[in-house]
Design a protein around this ligand. Structure first.
Ligand code: NAP
Length: 373
């Protein structure tokens, strides 16, 4: 893996780097709802952008709400200064309101989406967005309304591809059934300390050909190891005045950090590099979105693709970061299935060319009456 080796995002034709550049930190304003400003001033943000694209990175993630529009504005400015609009893949998002008091300035409805996309295009100084995402599900707007809106934006030439961030379900089937443009990706939280998407989203993405872009792959800096007894300085998690690092300073996470620490000493790689390498190497993960606050951090993080983790480290990390299953997932676990469903009979995956256990039929398979083995 290398940052200038590109992969198709899900089953789309869009080619992206395995490490995307997150720009939530651009402008140093933080985000509304989280106390304190953290991130990079304009000049540092520019240097981070320049370093990333010089290294061959092409996938940059922002959102209209980051820095209340400042992240998009800075990104648009940097891309224009560098003359790189055609080379970079810009991903941005809508859902969060930037206009208190205006009911349709937020949420996932068509009015909100159409207003938001035009505002993002203006701030980004471009006439198209490569990848447009619903930022957070509003629990109300019908999936059909959202998908039709995305499809209209594709047909109007305002966006090239679309995807979903922080959603519960499966919109792809409706789009496929109606012959509309389909989502290319799911953007979800994923790291060694946050593996809950493995229960539903990873098999779903695998079956439907969606690339998962992982946000907070370093758990907001925790997995760099800097909160292990040393002075974290201006570290983001140190801003949480409760002292719990936004709930991340737990015994379980300390055990994961312990494994990372030992692996770091053995492999001669930083803990951040090992944590990022682990995240991008997991099934269905298309890219990890790194959020560096400085060029130094970015340099460390971009070297995360240059090695492979040995099996013993992978096993130790898998064991330490294992998630406690809740019902009904306990019933899907290998030991339960082997003992109770199969009563000791070995029932393995089917041979190549047949569906595996994780296969979910595509909706067209139902629609056209085809059967799949
Ligand atoms: N869709 C969503 O809902 C959603 C949500 C969150 C984020 N995102 C996207 O994902 C991107 C990444 O999220 P994130 O910023 O939380 O990612 P992250 O990689 O987990 O955390 C990044 C933070 O960790 C610290 N850090 C990074 N590299 C380091 C290193 N080598 N050594 C020590 N500390 C290091 C820095 O914070 P300090 O130095 O300040 O400690 C940096 O700002 C965002 O920019 C955004 O594009 C999306």
């Amino acid at each position: 893996m290398a940052i200038d080796h590109y992969y198709h995002l899900g089953r789309s034709g869009l080619r992206v780097s395995r490490l995307a550049l997150g720009t939530m930190t651009f402008g140093n304003k933080g985000i509304r709802g989280i106390k304190g400003a953290w991130g990079s001033d304009e000049q540092t943000a520019r240097s981070i952008f320049q370093r990333y694209v010089q290294a061959g990175g092409n996938f940059i993630d922002t959102a209209d709400s980051y820095g209340e529009g400042l992240s998009e504005s800075l990104l648009g400015q940097f891309v224009a200064e560098a003359g790189l609009r055609d080379q970079v893949v810009i991903s941005t998002k809508f859902s969060n309101s930037l206009q208190p008091g205006n009911p349709n300035a937020g949420g996932n409805g068509r009015k909100s989406m159409m207003r938001a996309v035009d505002a993002s295009l203006r701030r980004l100084r471009t006439d198209y967005i490569d990848l447009y995402l619903l930022h957070t599900w509003d629990r109300v707007t019908p999936a059909e309304e959202v998908i039709r809106g995305f499809d209209d934006l594709v047909r109007a030439g305002k966006i090239r591809y679309w995807g979903l961030s922080d959603v519960p379900g499966r919109a792809q089937t409706w789009a496929e059934l109606h012959g509309l443009s389909q989502p290319a990706c799911l953007q979800l939280p994923y790291s060694l300390v946050e593996r809950s998407i493995e229960q539903e989203f990873v098999p779903l993405a695998h079956a439907l050909g969606l690339g998962i872009t992982a946000w907070s792959p370093l758990a907001m800096g925790l997995l760099s190891g800097k909160y292990q007894g040393r002075d974290p300085g201006e570290g983001r998690l140190a801003l949480d005045q409760s002292g719990s690092g936004l709930g991340l300073f737990t015994d379980r996470n300390q055990r994961i950090l312990g494994i990372l620490h030992d692996a770091s000493a053995t492999l001669g790689r930083s803990m951040a590099q090992i944590a990022l390498n682990w995240a991008v190497s997991q099934p269905s993960i298309a890219s990890a979105i790194v959020g560096a606050r400085s060029v130094e951090q970015l340099n460390v993080n971009m070297a995360a693709l240059a090695f492979s983790l040995p099996d013993d480290v992978l096993l130790d990390l898998a064991e330490a970061s294992r998630i406690e299953l809740a019902h009904p997932y306990t019933l899907f676990a290998d030991d339960y299935q082997a003992g109770v469903l199969n009563a000791g009979v070995t029932v393995g995956d089917k041979p190549d060319g047949y569906a595996t256990r994780t296969f979910l039929p595509k909706v067209t398979d139902y629609a056209f009456g085809r059967s799949r083995m």
